[in-house]
Design a protein around this ligand. Sequence first.
Ligand code: DC
Length: 231
Amino acid sequence: MSKIPVSIAIDGPAGAGKSTVAKLTARKTGYIYVDTGAMYRAMALFLIRRGIGAEDAEAISRVSQEADISIEYRDGEQVVLLDGENVNAFLRTEEVGKMASASSVNADLRRKLVELQQELGARTSVVMDGRDIGTVVLPHAAVKIFLTASVEERAMRRFKELQAKGEPADLDTIAKDIEERDYRDSHRAVSPLKQAEDAILIDSSKMTAEEVAEQILAIWQQVMDQEKEKG
Ligand code: DC
């Protein structure tokens, strides 16, 4: 394998199955999985703890620069450190998810996290998932995937997840939340969620995560073979 780090970028809306697919792809390629959404969530947690409101753009621009966010790998799992504290257990709440979506429109906040993500990609081969990986973070990624699924399918997956955790869930409310978040993520001025021109679109509505990962691996294999031919 070449010593130059190789990147696989997987972008798409919430609930399309990016993280499951990215983890499978990372395991099979031996690359490191980087969950950039978790970084935006850690930043959101930092802002919440500092008492910053989602609408206070000036404070978000300023305070976000003070956050010390880093990534470590323990037993193959990504651990997000906020000022040295492992905050993984706090990142998956609705409150943090909403703040992450709202605060990630901020250009200063994004610049800080994008730099961190680019450093990771320059250092080692990665499977990175997010919203702007193929368009902004790693525009030269060897493989770019845009993974989607219908709103109905994504809502159903989330509904089942919540049910499995024994949490109350309403399918219509979940679907409405997903639509709102999609709209916000794809209409923001900075790095909106959109398919890179050279990204391959995969609709996972009727596919298992394994099937999607297999498709990505086949594309990756093809790219690697082409690179080898080029010498
Ligand atoms: O994928 P996720 O739900 O964990 O992401 C949380 C929020 O962070 C999401 O609303 C959009 C934002 N995000 C982003 O703007 N850019 C990324 N590369 C990843 C996530």
